[in-house]
Ligand binder design. Structure first.
Ligand SMILES: *Cc1c(COP(=O)(O)O)cnc(C)c1O
Length: 219
C-alpha cells in the first residue's frame, strides 16, 4: 500500500530530511492516494506530464521538476513549479531566471552536480560548480534563486562508490553554504535504491518513486 510505504519511509528519515514523492509515469489515482495519506511534495520529470497532473490535481501540491529540463520548456512550468532540481548549465539557469521574472517570481533551483561515473548523467563537474559560483554572475539572475544542490549516483550496485559520490556532493554543498551563500542549504540526493546512503551523507531531500508506487507505467 502506498500509505504504508510513505509511513515506513517517513519514519526512517531523520529530522531535517524530507521526502519528494516521485510520481512520474504513475497515474493520477496513485498520486491522489499518496495525497490522501498526507503527502504534498511530488516530483515529475516530463513537462507535458507535469502540466497535465498540475491541472488535474489539488492546488496545494508542491510540484518539483526533477528531470533534465530543456530550455525551451521552462516557460510552461515557470508559473507554478516549487523547485527545479536539475539545473545542469548556466544557460538553463539564465532561462529559468528570464521566465521567473516574466511571472514575477524568483524560482528556487538546485545545481545538478555530476559526480557519477556514467557519462550519461548531466550536471556541473565539482570544479566547474565551484568556478561558476565564485564568478558571481549568477547573483544577477533575479528570477531564479539557487538554494542548493542535487546529484544522482552511479547506478545502485557498487555501494562504496555511491557513498563516495554522495560524500563529494556533500562536501561541495557545505563549502558553498559556508563560502558562497548561506541560503544554499538544500541537498537533494538518494532514490529508492540508495536513499539510506544519501541520508548518511547529508541529504535534506530524498527523491523516491518505485519504493512507494511500485514499477512505473510507461504506456
Ligand atoms: C525517477 C527518478 C527518481 C526516482 O527513482 P526511483 O528509483 O523510482 O526511486 C529520482 N530522481 C530522479 C532524478 C529521477 O528521474
Amino acid at each position: 500500500m502506498i500509505s504504508d510505504q510513505l509511513r515506513l519511509i517517513n519514519a526512517r528519515l531523520p529530522q531535517g530530511t524530507s521526502l519528494v514523492c516521485v510520481s512520474k509515469f504513475q497515474p493520477e489515482s496513485a498520486i491522489s492516494e499518496a495525497y490522501e495519506a498526507g503527502q504534498r511534495v511530488f516530483g515529475e520529470s516530463h513537462v507535458q506530464e507535469l502540466q497535465r497532473k498540475h491541472e488535474a490535481l489539488p492546488p496545494d501540491i508542491e510540484w518539483h521538476f526533477i528531470g533534465h529540463l530543456q530550455t525551451n520548456k521552462v516557460k510552461y512550468i515557470a508559473p507554478y513549479v516549487s523547485l527545479i532540481h536539475a539545473v545542469d548549465s548556466p544557460r538553463l539557469l539564465a532561462e529559468i531566471s528570464k521566465q521567473g521574472q516574466r511571472c514575477g517570481r524568483s524560482i528556487p533551483c538546485l545545481m545538478q552536480l555530476h559526480v557519477a561515473e556514467e557519462e550519461t548523467k548531466h550536471g556541473f563537474a565539482l570544479a566547474e560548480a565551484r568556478d561558476y559560483l565564485m564568478a558571481n554572475e549568477w547573483r544577477e539572475l533575479t528570477g531564479a534563486r539557487l538554494v542548493g544542490f542535487m546529484c544522482m549516483a552511479t547506478f545502485p550496485d557498487a555501494q562504496p562508490q555511491i557513498a563516495s559520490e554522495f560524500a563529494q556532493a556533500e562536501e561541495l554543498a557545505l563549502w558553498a553554504e559556508h563560502n558562497i551563500d548561506q541560503q544554499m542549504t538544500v541537498r537533494s540526493w538518494g532514490m529508492s535504491g540508495d536513499w539510506p546512503i544519501a541520508v548518511e551523507h547529508g541529504a535534506t531531500l530524498v527523491r523516491i518513486g518505485t519504493q512507494i508506487f511500485g514499477e512505473r507505467h510507461y504506456d
